[in-house]
Design a protein around this ligand. Structure first.
Ligand code: AMP
Ligand code: DBH
Length: 564
């Protein structure tokens, strides 16, 4: 694996090189081999523009057009660019520098975009956490990346993030700045970060710009290093495939930091063409339908469980959804039956999107035939995306057979950040990423996702590591052994089922957990700081876990039990 020489991750200007970035980033991000990188440059995939320069350019082109709508607040492209400059100056005055890692955990809001662009303009590296993350996740990102700052909201109706920040602060010595959007209490308010912009560092577009997060098949967080150039390439082509124009209005219904609504084509794809981005705090039909009606939304993206909720809600809500032209669905497999209900019920076109934070994004095209759109997950966005479908020994399967999907290309990473061991497992010697997905390739070149080889549960599009949940359950006082598996769920796609072996035999049916016990188990996991979406939906008791001939826990057998 070729490692990025960090000199290529450094800004060009000599006087800034001295302070940028902290030396411990050196060699932590495997990169593309030089000849491959040169080829991507020659073909124009990678352009010499950073995210910050790109935003400034968009502001010059579309200055007074509305860029972002957040409830009753509207920012034009020029407003956004100005705020980003001033905020970047504010971050600088705190001492933040290029190369510094910063965990950003913000809801769908203007501030998310201001912070994201301000940090990348400075060359500081945002780690894009989700609002659902809690202590376990945030702490592990900070520790893994030695992040020095954490940007968070004050509170939502049922959760005080400042309390979380207090706990994190006591646990993470690297953390120097806690920056709060809203009522900051003892922390630094984001509003105070402001100043007349001075020149910012001259950054290399091929340097890492920020980190996406991977579902991760183990408890260890995997940080996905995305460069300015590779990300902007995927955004530009995505906007083209989805035929976005300055008249497009994109509704961010999913969490704004997730790769799908950020880049496929998402908010950035919309900003790439001068369109308008509307932010929903919540993807529920009440809020989303109202925004579609008010702002004349033309395109949005959902995960399959939300599609079901929207389809069911249409009947009972009196909202005008006629502006909606395209509904993108991805993150988890959409069944052909549900796919077939979308156009008749919502009156818009369906586009299936199969993507991953690591890179590769596939789309059904808007002019594909109905069969392709309903039954496949589309084809790669770029002709430079290389796809291999292989057996367990990495040999290509016969055409049309199901196999493991491997991929590499101009916007697919060559390795995670600071994860040499995982990189050896998850990438081939020649740089293909092992997606963990089992797919088949149709004669027309579209992919059908058939399942997953990695032990991840895809719960409503959120990827949950069975191993991580197991490790927390094992810490519960009365639990002797545990196996966590995916269970079919009509609404979630996959739910989480925990099979538990107790230390002591209960004086009643061994298989059942009563509601009090279940509450106690769930609360235990929450108290340990686990995100809510990782908490099992079902608990089953066993006398012992079943084993395969090879002595491994027989999860296939357990999954079958849930079907009978
Ligand atoms: P993440 O780790 O959150 O980036 O999730 C990426 C994974 O989500 C992929 O590797 C797939 O397993 C799954 N995924 C994304 N889109 C789809 C889709 N349209 N159909 C089936 N699985 C999907
Ligand atoms: O699930 C995903 O991660 C995903 C789905 C659709 C993604 O990252 C994307 C499109 O870009």
């Amino acid at each position: 694996m070729i490692r990025a020489d960090l000199s290529s991750n450094l800004p060009r200007s000599p006087e800034l090189q001295a302070i940028l970035p902290s030396p411990d980033l050196r060699g932590d991000c495997p990169s593309w081999p030089p000849d491959v990188a040169e080829d991507y440059r020659q073909r124009g995939y990678w352009q010499r523009q950073t995210l910050g320069e790109w935003l400034a350019h968009q502001s010059q082109c579309f200055g007074t057009s509305t860029a972002l709508v957040d409830r009753d607040r509207r920012w034009s492209y020029a407003d956004l660019d100005r705020r980003v400059d001033r905020l970047a100056t504010g971050f600088q005055s705190l001492g933040l520098m290029a190369g510094d890692r910063v965990v950003v955990q913000l809801p769908n809001s203007l501030e998310f975009f201001a912070v994201f662009f301000a940090l990348t303009r400075l060359g500081a590296l945002p780690i894009l956490a989700l609002p659902a993350h809690r202590q376990i996740e945030i702490q592990s990102f900070i520790e893994h990346a030695e992040a020095i700052a954490y940007v968070l909201p004050d509170r939502t109706w049922n959760f005080d993030y400042r309390q979380l920040a207090r706990t994190i602060q006591t646990q993470c010595p690297s953390l120097q700045h806690v920056i709060v959007v809203g009522e900051a209490q003892e922390f630094c308010p984001l509003d105070r970060l402001d100043g007349d912009p001075k020149p910012f560092p001259d950054l290399d577009p091929e340097a890492v710009a920020f980190f996406q997060l991977s579902g991760g098949s183990t408890g260890v967080p995997k940080l996905i290093p995305r460069t300015h150039a590779d990300y902007l390439y995927s955004v530009r082509v995505s906007a083209e495939i989805c035929r976005l124009t300055p008249d497009s209005t994109y509704l961010v219904a999913l969490p704004a930091s997730h790769n799908f609504p950020l880049s496929s084509p998402g908010s950035l794809g919309t900003l790439a063409v001068g369109g308008k981005v509307v932010l929903a705090r919540h993807p529920n039909p009440d809020e989303a339908f109202a925004l579609i009606e008010q702002e004349r939304v033309t395109i949005t993206a959902l995960v399959p469980p939300l599609v079901l909720a929207w389809l069911e809600a249409v009947e009972t809500r009196d909202r005008d959804l006629s502006s909606l032209q395209v509904l993108q669905v991805g993150g988890a497999k959409l069944t052909p039956e549900v796919a077939g209900r979308i156009t008749p019920t919502l009156g818009c076109q369906l586009q299936q999107v199969f993507g991953m934070g690591e890179g590769l994004v596939c789309y059904t095209r808007l002019d594909d035939d109905e069969e392709t759109i309903h039954t496949t997950q589309g084809r790669p966005l770029s002709s430079a995306d290389e796809i291999r479908v292989v057996d367990d020994d990495d040999r290509p399967v016969a055409s049309g057979e199901v196999g493991h999907l491997l991929t590499r290309g101009p916007y697919t990473i060559r390795g995670y950040y600071r994860a040499p061991e995982q990189n050896r497992r998850d990438f081939t010697i020649d740089g293909f990423y092992r997606t963990g997905d089992r797919v088949c390739l149709t004669p027309s070149g579209n992919l059908i996702v058939e399942g997953r080889a990695k032990e991840l549960i895809n719960r409503a599009g959120e990827k949950v590591s069975a191993e991580e949940v197991e490790s927390h359950l094992l810490a519960y006082p009365d639990i002797y052994n545990v196996a966590v598996v995916a269970m079919p769920d009509r609404f979630l796609g996959e739910g989480i089922c925990a099979f538990l072996v107790r230390n002591s035999l209960p004086d009643r049916d061994i298989q059942t957990f009563d509601p009090v016990e279940i509450q106690a188990l769930k609360q235990f996991l929450r108290d340990r700081g686990l995100a809510d979406y990782k908490i099992p939906d079902r608990f089953e008791g066993l006398i012992a876990l079943p084993h395969t001939g090879a002595g491994k826990v027989d999860k296939k057998f357990l999954r079958q039990q849930l079907l009978s």
